[in-house]
Design a protein around this ligand. Structure first.
Ligand code: IPM
Ligand code: MG
Length: 371
């Protein structure tokens, strides 16, 4: 297959982690005889520095001309600590999601066997967890009208949804649930919010088209508790933009680190793959950031193009790196492995299992020729 992939490294650790994911995609291309072309473009703080715009027109065009987009991370202290900044890196990501119509953000959570003991949650609670969050990504409070009064003593963010916005992601979530454990949980605050009541009405209506799927409802506050108390009860969670943002960070604790949380942002015409985590500016350039979330997002990219065998090979290599503890400090306090060691091991393992394992042993002995 020939794929043009836009690479948007962004800020902070973004460039380091996307570099590893590109390496891994190159290994997949080599192993399975595909042609992947990578087109780099600026976004976020990096783009503001150069052009004054967090999403330059050129970047948007590169994305539109590509088959898929792989996104790193954006954000910087400089803007986080300045509530008055008019131009912010995050605007680049939000505009990208909106302009490309990426309305469904799919965020998987699974408990990795070798990491179960690393989670602050008890093993018996998280073992066997496997659910997906379908987060609506182009509506709600993120995109509603915003205002601050002239005296700057009051501010407002509107939350709005239309039935059409709710319906399209609800159908996707039902279809997915139908192919899995056939349970869909809608998370909202229907006891308080009008928008949530719209979500419930639409979900109930659409449920009639998917009689094999059980539809359940949970308030977001209860859901945040249930996610930790009994995560195995979930199969597919459907929720709005804001609740999805919050719950997916919480869910990452189950896997052992947010550095493992991957995602796919899907629309009718474009698809983007991005880690759930942020730009971790403190770690920028230190070669310690976990590249697995971006690498696993690349696996979602492969699956999007029905390259299932390739995605499986990638996932197996990731699992091997976790099993052998060729992982970064967030999930490995025993040995020191850097961001690029992880990317190298995974791409080597994809190409040639045997010699990568030999190299890995030598890395541990400090004798490898590749470090
Ligand atoms: C995410 C991030 C983004 C969001 C930020 C960086 C704008 O937290 O993808 O979850 O809030 O959607
Ligand atoms: Mg978030």
């Amino acid at each position: 297959m020939n794929l043009n992939i836009a690479i948007l490294p962004g800020d902070g650790i973004g460039p380091e982690i996307t570099e590893q994911a590109v390496k891994v995609l190159e290994a997949i291309a080599q192993k399975f005889n595909h042609q992947f072309n990578f087109n780099y473009a600026e976004v976020g703080g990096a783009a503001i520095e150069k052009t004054g715009n967090p999403l330059p027109e050129e970047t948007l065009n590169i994305c539109k001309e590509s088959d898929a987009i792989l996104f790193g991370a954006i954000g910087d202290f400089k803007y986080d600590n300045d509530p008055d900044a008019k131009i912010r890196p995050e605007q680049g990501l939000l505009k990208l999601r909106k302009d490309l119509g990426l309305y469904a953000n799919i965020r998987p959570t699974a408990a990795y066997e070798p990491l179960i003991h690393k989670s602050p949650i008890k093993e018996k609670v998280i073992k066997g967890t496997d659910f997906l969050i379908f987060r609506e990504l182009t509506g709600g409070i993120y995109f509603g009208d915003k205002s601050t009064s002239a005296d700057r003593r009051s501010a407002q963010d509107d939350c709005a949804y239309t039935a059409a916005e709710v319906d399209r992601i609800t159908h996707l979530a039902f279809k997915k649930a139908k192919s899995r454990k056939r349970k869909l949980t809608l998370v909202d605050k229907a006891n308080i919010l009008e928008t949530s009541r719209l979500w419930r009405r639409r979900a109930k209506e659409i449920a009639k088209e998917y009689p094999e799927v059980t539809l359940e409802f949970l308030f977001a506050d209860t859901a945040s508790m249930q996610l930790i108390l009994n995560p195995r009860q979930f199969d597919v969670i459907l929720t709005d933009n804001m609740f999805g943002d919050i719950l997916s960070d919480e869910a990452s604790v189950i896997s052992g680190s947010i550095g493992l949380a991957s995602s796919a942002s899907i629309g009718d015409h474009y698809a983007m793959f991005e880690p759930v985590h942020g730009s971790f500016p403190k770690a920028k350039g230190k070669n310690v950031a976990n590249p697995l979330a971006t690498i696993l997002s690349a696996a979602m990219l492969l699956e999007h193009f029905d390259l299932h065998e390739e995605a499986e090979a990638l996932r197996q290599a990731v699992e091997k790196s976790i099993e052998l503890q060729i992982t970064t400090p967030d999930i490995n306090s025993n040995e020191i492995h850097h961001t690029n060691d992880v990317g190298e091991f995974i791409s080597d393992y994809i190409i040639d299992k045997k010699s990568s394992l030999y190299n890995a042993e030598n890395i541990d002995l400090g004798q490898s020729t590749i470090i």
